[in-house]
Design a protein around this ligand. Sequence first.
Ligand SMILES: NC(=O)c1ccc[n+]([C@@H]2O[C@H](COP(=O)([O-])OP(=O)(O)OC[C@H]3O[C@@H](n4cnc5c(N)ncnc54)[C@H](OP(=O)(O)O)[C@@H]3O)[C@@H](O)[C@H]2O)c1
Length: 335
Amino acid sequence: MAIRAHRLGGPEVLRREEIEVPDPGPGEVLVRQKAVGLNYADTYHRRGLYPLPSIPAVRRPAVVGVEAAGVVEAVGPRARDAKSADRSRVFRPGDRVAYCDVRGAYCVRRVVPANRLVRIPDGVDFEHAAAVMLKGVTAWYLCRRTYRLRADETVLVHAAAGGVGTILTQWCKALGATVIGTAGSVEKGRVAREHGCDHIVLYEEEDFVARVREITGGEGVPVVFDGVGAATFDGSLKCLARFGMMVSFGNASGVVPPFNLLRLTAGSLTVARPSVMAHIERRADLDEAAGELFGHIEASRIRIPIGQRFRLADAAEAHRALESRRTHGCTVMLT
Ligand SMILES: NC(=O)c1ccc[n+]([C@@H]2O[C@H](COP(=O)([O-])OP(=O)(O)OC[C@H]3O[C@@H](n4cnc5c(N)ncnc54)[C@H](OP(=O)(O)O)[C@@H]3O)[C@@H](O)[C@H]2O)c1
């Protein structure tokens, strides 16, 4: 079974269908998936904001999703090219694995390139692994690579009760920083505080720029992590201290429109627009990210907040909930 889109559009384009699953080829592994991660990017793919390769290029339906966890069922034949790094040899049937950057995740069984799989540590179950991989790796690169956060700094994290938001907040706290988090409701503010936010700003009711200035004694913050996009971009720039960095990493409220670069001269500011895929393209980077992430989880510095669970067959309903701001923490779909 898989959830496929035959055309771009709203959640209603997601259809439950039976699909043929090929045998794994050289360097590939067949995985029986137990849980699939829901990510905002899945909605961008479904709508066409981010390209979904099969539609419309070759007019074939596309399986949505990029992240899942499950059990290795079979390993492909040995790669003929001895020089190619055949990581399928690393895995055996029965191994517990997860991935976060292989398109076509909304299904029960599938073939995955072995070099994209990571082993799930013993203390982490399938649904938590599927919930955390993409969001955790994103949190890793945001505060460890895009901006190297220091213990004495105060940061602004938008949508701090969301999937990335709750994990990023905990990671920033593990680095010793002070976190100001925005949230869309009182209830979400509570969730954000439970995951480490020192200050909560209810940005639907309060002027978040004024609050950040007040909390930082007029200084502003050295970095803003903004996955909300169009609705917050302008205000986020105004929250920055001199030489600050605006990290715009998502479009939950819409794509940030083009803007005049001269605005950055007020404070010699920097804007970054990073993407997770580039950060884990090299295997060594994926290993480093997953190693740090699972290390924090095993040491209880990061808790994986599963806010809601859906059946994979109800993926359309999960998309509706995410896009209408009815979710908090991470969302998983069980096969
Ligand atoms: N660049 C990358 O590498 C990368 C990787 C992963 C995720 N992302 C981005 O990170 C962001 C968070 O992803 P996620 O999967 O963890 O989602 P999420 O944060 O769990 O959900 C999005 C949240 O954004 C807030 N929001 C504010 N205005 C909104 C609007 N008009 N419509 C919908 N939501 C709105 C809502 O929180 P409140 O109600 O509290 O405002 C909502 O719950 C997304 O933009 C995603 O694309 C980027």
